[in-house]
Design a protein around this ligand. Sequence first.
Ligand SMILES: [Zn+2]
Length: 378
Amino acid sequence: MTAVDVERLRLIDHHCHGVVRADLDMAGFENLITESSDPAPAGTSRFDSPLGLAVRRWCAPVLGLEPFPSPDEYVARRAELGGDEVARSFLKEAGLGALLLDTGYRSEELHDLKAMGRLAGVPVHEIIRLEAVAEAVAASGVDASSYPNAYRETLEQSSREAVGLKTIVAYRGGFSFDPGEPTDDEVVRAAGTFLDAAASGHRRLADPVLLRFGIWSGARLARERGLPIQFHSGWGDADLDLHLSNPTLLTGLIRQLDRLGVNVVFLHCYPFHRDAAYLSSVYGNVYFDVGSALHYHGPSSARLLAEAMEVAPFSKLLFSSDTFGLAEQNHLGAMLFRRALRAVLDGWIEADDCDANTAGRIAEGIARGNALRIYPLP
Ligand SMILES: [Zn+2]
């Protein structure tokens, strides 16, 4: 019997991607339990990691296996059941209230909003990526002079049903940019080069003026519609220059968005989760999570969440699984989150730092209440 009942809380997973549509072989599965694009050292396995260990311990029983099967047994059992059946089992196990889905990355490989809704049996809402909108505008063949209006209109239309916006500027040069809003003239000048490159097949948006323009267009729309803007921060794949994704580098922009009343949500943050926690304690518009860093921590996940909770106001931390491809991550994200939250709060109660009622309120906020407050969920 634990003092804080986190099992009954239906989690709002405020940042995740779809699960893969294909059934996976060993290589396909191993690719989704790492952020690395390099091969594992010869003779070793991706399962030899905190996340791989957590899969063998905590996911195997959901698929009817004893804990700690060999990697081959695990992947074979998965293939035997089929990807969709596996996904349904893990999503059910996760005890979710809703999913907020980022549809802007490798979406052709993943189940879409509707399919995720069917698999999860809970409402699924969309988050729109600001950079994906720019890449879609480039594909539509506009010229540079009409780019600013085309971008704003496309963003407006594509996010009509969305509950939030997201930027991956962390992956496109990082956070140490001039936070000011560019003029349309500057945007038109920058758009020329971007659109020329796009016409020859290079549509990846990396121009700093256009990235900033996307964020500012997003901020204007966010203000109008009461949407938060998610910023990928910290923990990610090899495409990231990690030191440039420290959320404190964005302090100038945070202040400007605070004045506009636009909420900023930093995703993942590790190893800058303490920096993010500090920002959330100082700026009214800053929220954060530890996202996929939680399941990548496996056995150490309780310590990570404890660090995230050191100084953050209880109203500022959110839950996400950042599932990408594997429903195992939905399950592990939820399970490790509940376990960590219980460990932290039970510890506070035991030390007589907190009473059970307050602990229950804190848990409810982090698990779902904070997300319900800042996202316009229907
Ligand atoms: Zn993500």
